[in-house]
Write a protein of this length. Structure first.
Length: 184
């Protein structure tokens, strides 16, 4: 009888978990898909384990740190001070380019002038704005791209000023001229 009750409790608990809120990566996929001109096509592509182009300048822009070591060090810096400056938004590792791509808050007037990185953004002077090749949230690497930090559906993004400070701190640390802090 005790075994039957334990089995019943176990299956009830399992059903409750399945009926609860979806995992954050599912919410993140839906949030990210809404940046696509066809959100359903984006979600379908991800179910097929494909990369999906998400247009920049709708909800976010991106910064590609072209030096992998610097990008991962900057990510570490942001994570260390998250309680002070706020959580880190989604981040993609691009194996082919050996780069780290940070999704940052949207700003059409942002000026980005940091070594070893490029500002990926919408451009009102071109017909087709750039897109970010995004792997499916909640999955492993797809075509050399994977999430280091997945979107969670909240719309959380990294602020460009915080990323710039993290890159400066990471550069000092990598060159042996500083300690792990975003100050200064």
């Amino acid at each position: 009888m005790a075994q039957a009750r334990a089995a019943s409790t176990s299956s009830t608990t399992h059903k409750l978990v399945r009926r609860g809120a979806p995992p954050p990566y599912v919410l993140g996929a839906h949030w990210l898909a809404r940046c696509n001109s066809d959100p359903r096509a984006a979600l379908l592509g991800w179910t097929r384990n494909e990369l999906v182009d998400i247009r920049l300048g709708v909800r976010f822009n991106a910064v590609r740190v072209t030096n992998q070591r610097l990008g991962t060090a900057a990510l570490g810096q942001l994570q260390q001070v998250a309680e002070v400056v706020g959580p880190v938004g989604p981040v993609i590792f691009n194996e082919a380019l050996r780069s780290v791509e940070f999704l940052i808050t949207y700003s059409s007037t942002s000026i980005w002038d940091m070594r070893d990185s490029e500002f990926l953004r919408d451009n009102p002077n071109v017909k087709h704005n750039p897109a970010l090749r995004c792997p499916p949230p909640g999955r492993e690497q797809v075509q050399g791209r994977r999430w280091l930090i997945e979107p969670d559906g909240t719309g959380l993004l990294t602020h460009p000023h915080n990323l710039a400070a993290a890159l400066r701190a990471a550069r000092r640390i990598l060159h042996g001229r500083g300690r792990p802090t975003l100050a200064a």
